[in-house]
Design a protein around this ligand. Structure first.
Ligand code: ADP
Length: 830
């Protein structure tokens, strides 16, 4: 029964209750001597004080009991009434011990004896209340004495501590439960190192039950080589010091070692004396292993990334893994033919490694089995066996001999992790534990998987590197073997690659020498010419044009050694850019194709044409002369038939003469020696005359003329006439199914335009520019071939351009063609 449950209202009522005892019966706690000499005032004051004290006593929550020397109760305050349930009336006169069935921690006689010595006694008592319930009180007792020092009464104040006690008990139960359920071993010991308590975790961690451990010396779990630590620990404890997270090694019942972190605190008694120690031991095997794994992993990563020879690298990693991560480490790779290739075997003992290789030969991996390495390679899924049982060994062994070997090695734990590239297992790493009698945990598996994925990546990189290297080597061989010069420029026009041929073409002793010579140095060895043998402008070098934005630049270049006069070599040079992902030029590849032979052959051909046409010209001229003589003779004789044949001969001779002049023109043009007879003439008259001549020779087409230019042109009238003859004869020739050709004359700005339109086969746009090239003829397999040499338009363009004019084409295949010639008008605008 406690006072805690009382309401506030009751408390207030209690305060106003009058004292139970009259002044005469109230006990006094100071000297009970009434001194006669006291003045009246003193007496009055004293009485007043006593009354206040009495009221206070009544107000106290504590039970206040006064008993006489024979333990009979003589005072029982309101607090006692409330605590125990008996009223003062019921209690007074009773013997306290009997009434309250007091349970003493020591016998009440001892307490009484102590009180008699005049000392105050303090202690906890258990009392039984009126309703039979028990209360725990904190009791203070003291004896009052009279002047002759005889005991007059025993004063007792009892405070209800039942609630607190229950809480304390609960707490200690809780504490005990915590200690028992803790994952950390909690052990207490005396200062003599004798174990006094041993929780469940300690049983698990060290393998001893609490019965086995309690009462034993702590050396039970300290390995012999570490016993000196105990002295250090004890001396610290005696000084009252704590030990926090002391990492050390302890020993299990089976003798194996365990990494632990110790925290030790001194245990004190009530008086504060150190009587022992409590230790908390945490198993840090896992975290140590984790640290070790992490160290191994980061080391392995470095090794993996530093080498491209993956076979070597894998060996290094296996060596790193042994013995910290594994007692055995093997690596198997899937060979091209699907068989398994044992690449690496690692063990701390080289002799065992040799032995394992031998064994491997004797018992090669059987691809058909549904477990172990073959299965991992097939499925790409790891195999993790934390506990290898004997049954497993029996299942894995091929014969009794192998089983004996496997048992002898004593595998305890293992894991096989696939090396995966592009979703396919290409190999497997196996870690196994044997003699170190450890077991792999989930953390080890995670580490191994991480290692395998890094190793896979390294292998992939190595593969890629070799593939690139190989194709680069191949490319290099090809590039060095090709006859074309290949030069790669960076964006600053520096040569960063050149092949053998390029070095030869530039007169360099070697590729190396060429790369070391600045581009200007190479160019300075030669006079570089364009197709018409003019100096080649530096800005037109094809790689420069590409750097300036062209996607493909092409040029014919002649290289004339400074010392000789003739071009030594001719090249067709092509450049193309290498673009990055943003489309910017990063490199320029230039291919130099030697066309010297072709150019020289053409030169020879030109010379031959020039020579032959010269040679032909003389006999044709005399043929023509004799024809005229003959014509006159036959006319006189009136031989009409003869005249007819002669006019056919004459027409053919004219054709022949035109061919010869064209050929001669071409060879003159080649050497830039086409001669012009400059005069001023009427363009419209020239056109009319030309049309008349061409019309005279054609029966199939009528040539219509529209408009006029009223232009006077300064130039070579015959040569321009030659241009219009070409255009008109082409118009007739390439429109076999049409019956007309339209010629239009007009002015545009300060130019006189002559356009010749036909309604024939037309020209595909792809050929528009090419038809002006020398010997170019559009060949279309479906079309019939037209006679000709492909030089008419070539000469025409040359002539027009020499007159500062231009010739243009407008045509679509099948839709006829319009060729127009624009000639600048004489200044003054007539
Ligand atoms: P050719 O002697 O072959 O006519 P040209 O230099 O005059 O030589 O013409 C070159 C080529 O251009 C011809 O072979 C022909 O294929 C094409 N060509 C020229 N004029 C025409 C035209 N009016 N219509 C269609 N094709 C033409």
């Amino acid at each position: 029964m406690t006072t805690e449950g009382k309401t506030k209202l009751e408390k207030v009522q209690r305060m106003s209750t009058p004292p139970l005892f009259s002044d005469e019966t109230k006990p006094t706690f100071d000297k009970p001597v009434l001194e006669r000499e006291q003045s009246e005032e003193e007496t009055r004051l004293r009485a007043q004080t006593a009354q206040i004290q009495a009221q206070l006593i009544e107000l106290a929550h504590d039970a206040i009991i006064v008993r006489d020397p024979s333990s009979a109760i003589i005072y029982w305050n309101r607090g006692a009434e409330e605590l125990y349930g008996w009223t003062a009336q019921e209690a007074i006169g009773q013997i306290t011990h009997s009434l309250l069935q007091t349970r003493f921690p020591i016998s009440h006689e001892v307490v009484d004896a102590l009180l008699k010595t005049g000392q105050q006694w303090e202690g906890e008592l258990i009392h039984t209340c009126k309703d039979g319930s028990q209360v725990i009180v904190e009791s203070r007792q003291v004896v009052t004495r009279d002047a002759r020092n005889s005991p007059t009464a025993i004063l007792e104040i009892n405070r209800d501590i039942t609630g607190r006690k229950q809480q304390e008990q609960k707490n200690s139960l809780l504490l005990a439960a915590i200690v028992e359920t803790s994952d950390d071993a909690i052990i207490s010991k005396t200062l003599d190192s004798i174990i006094t308590s041993w929780n469940l975790a300690a049983e698990r961690m060290f393998g001893y039950t609490s019965q086995e451990a309690v009462g034993q010396h702590i050396f039970l779990i300290i390995p012999p080589e570490r016993r000196a630590e105990e002295d250090m620990i004890l001396s610290k404890l005696r000084n009252g010091e704590h030990i926090d997270h002391f990492e050390t090694v302890r020993m299990r019942k089976d003798g194996t070692r365990i990494d632990i972190s110790l925290s030790i605190s001194p245990l004190k008694n009530k008086e504060g004396q150190i009587i022992g120690a409590s230790k908390i031991a945490r198993d840090i095997t896992e975290s140590k292993r984790l640290q070790q794994n992490l160290r191994f992993l980061s080391h392995a990563s470095k090794v993996l990334s530093s080498s491209l020879d993956y076979k070597m690298t894998l060996q290094t990693i296996a060596n790193l893994a042994v013995p910290h991560i594994a007692d055995w480490c093997t690596i198997n790779m899937l060979a091209e033919d699907g068989s398994i290739e044992q690449l690496v075997i690692a063990h701390a003992d080289p002799q065992k490694v040799r032995w394992a290789w031998e064994l491997n030969k004797k018992y090669p991996v059987d691809m058909k089995v549904t477990h172990g390495i073959p299965q991992v390679l097939r499925t790409g899924v790891f195999e993790f066996i934390p506990f290898i049982s004997d049954d497993m060994l029996v299942a894995a062994a091929v014969d009794a001999e192998q089983l004996a070997l496997l048992r002898n090695i004593g595998f305890t734990s293992g894991m096989t992790i696939p090396l995966v590239i592009d979703g396919k297992a290409i190999g497997a790493v196996t870690f196994a534990l044997a003699e170190s009698s450890r077991r792999y945990t989930q953390a080890d598996l995670t580490m191994a998987e991480e290692l395998a994925s890094r190793a896979s990546l390294a292998i992939q990189n190595a593969h890629l590197y070799w593939a690139v290297q190989q194709s680069r080597d191949q490319l290099d061989i090809i590039l060095h073997g090709v006859a074309d010069g290949i030069v790669v420029y960076d964006i600053h026009s520096h040569i960063i690659y050149a092949n053998e041929a390029a070095a030869q073409m530039t007169g360099s002793a070697s590729v190396q020498a060429m790369m070391e010579t600045p581009a200007t140095g190479i160019a300075a060895r030669y006079d570089i010419l364009d197709e018409s043998r003019q100096p080649f402008p530096g800005s037109q070098f094809t790689h420069r044009r590409v750097l300036a934005g062209e996607r493909e630049a092409e040029a014919v270049m002649g290289y004339k050694k400074r010392t000789t006069d003739q071009p030594e070599r001719w090249s067709l040079v092509k450049s193309r850019p290498v673009l990055n992902e943003r489309g910017e030029v990063t490199l320029v590849v230039t291919i130099v194709h030697d066309i010297t032979e072709r150019v020289l052959a053409e030169q020879r051909k030109d010379e031959f044409i020039s020579m032959t046409s010269h040679e032909l010209k003389t006999p044709v001229t005399s043929l023509k002369g004799f024809t005229h003589v003959l014509q006159r003779r036959l006319a006189k004789q009136g031989d009409q038939q003869g005249l007819h044949y002669l006019s056919r001969i004459d027409a053919q001779l004219n054709k022949l003469t035109k061919l010869i002049t064209d050929l001669l023109d071409i060879s003159r043009m080649q050497v830039g020696k086409l001669a012009f007879q400059i005069e001023t003439f009427d363009l419209d008259a020239l056109i009319a005359e030309t049309i008349e001549n061409v019309q005279a020779a054609t029966t199939t087409h009528s040539i219509l003329l529209e408009g006029k230019t009223d232009a006077h042109i300064v130039g070579d009238k015959d040569r321009l006439g030659q241009v219009f003859i070409n255009l008109l004869t082409n118009a007739v020739k390439y429109s076999p199914h049409a019956d007309k050709v339209l010629v239009q004359l007009f002015r545009e700005q300060n130019q006189a335009i002559v356009s010749v339109q036909d309604f024939g086969i037309g020209i595909n746009e792809a050929h528009h520019q090419k038809v002006f090239e020398r010997f170019y003829q559009v060949t279309d397999p479906e079309e019939r071939t037209y006679p000709g040499l492909g030089i008419g338009l070539y000469i025409s363009r040359e002539i027009v351009e020499r007159h500062s004019g231009r010739i243009a084409i407008e045509s679509r295949k099948g839709e006829g063609a319009t060729f127009s010639v624009a000639l600048p008008l004489l200044q003054g605008g007539q």
